[in-house]
Design a protein around this ligand. Structure first.
Ligand SMILES: Cc1cc2nc3c(=O)[nH]c(=O)nc-3n(C[C@H](O)[C@H](O)[C@H](O)COP(=O)(O)O)c2cc1C
Length: 194
């Protein structure tokens, strides 16, 4: 079975850990070949939040693309992929996708994924939201994209930040039908809970 290509972008919203753990989980995955893009602001946050530099994160990916290389393979719809995850997704990148700007390879690749009717998941992160943010999320949803803010659930009783992050990422991978062991399937409430 040939591996499906999955485009992953890390942008400058807080939550760089989502992109990094996603790459760690998919590294060596039998089903998936990752194609990575990191924006300049994404590099800043990788350093600020995780003490990681660009090279260390790029080493986790199957294929690495330069954000300025709008002539790259993933800029064309003829390049087959399962879709794209932006983890985390800044409001700036969200706005660019919502308005079809294609002003760098991240937003061009997202534009291509949408036009080819493939799966686009934006792990948008900001708080609180202004009206532009909300309208841009609506626009992307209307185009078929999935707005997936990394908001943790607590009903699994996560014991660590790692478990919180993994639970969210497991749900993201479910959207692509990618197998994982990140979070157990919910088995219902405990007996005697009501
Ligand atoms: C430490 C730090 C945290 C940030 N957190 C957010 C955030 O949570 N959401 C957001 O939309 N922008 C955030 N920003 C601002 C973005 O990095 C900035 O808008 C940048 O231009 C986004 O560019 P990009 O989408 O190309 O990565 C943050 C910036 C810094 C330095």
């Amino acid at each position: 079975m040939s591996r499906q290509r999955l485009i992953i972008a890390i942008t400058g919203a807080t939550g760089a850990v989502y992109g990094v753990r996603l790459l760690e989980h998919l590294r060596g995955h039998a089903q998936v070949e990752t194609h990575l893009l990191i924006s300049d602001a994404g590099v800043l946050n990788l350093h600020q939040e995780l003490d990681l530099n660009r090279k260390e994160v790029e080493a986790l990916a199957g294929v690495v693309h330069n954000v300025r290389d709008v002539g790259a393979s993933i800029a064309s719809g003829s390049f087959a992929s399962a879709g794209m995850i932006v983890a985390p997704c800044s409001m700036k990148t969200l706005a660019s996708v919502a308005h079809g700007l294609s002003d760098n390879l991240i937003t061009r690749a997202a534009d291509v994924v949408l036009k080819e009717r493939r799966r686009l998941v934006l792990m948008v992160r900001e708080t609180p939201f202004n009206l532009a943010h909300l309208r841009n999320m609506t626009a992307v949803t209307e185009m078929g994209g999935v707005i997936f803010p990394p908001l943790p659930g607590f009903y699994h009783r996560p014991a660590s930040m790692e478990q919180m992050v993994d639970q969210t990422l497991g749900r993201v991978l479910d959207l692509f039908g990618i197998t994982h062991q990140l979070t157990p399937e919910w088995q219902g409430m405990k007996a005697g809970s009501n």
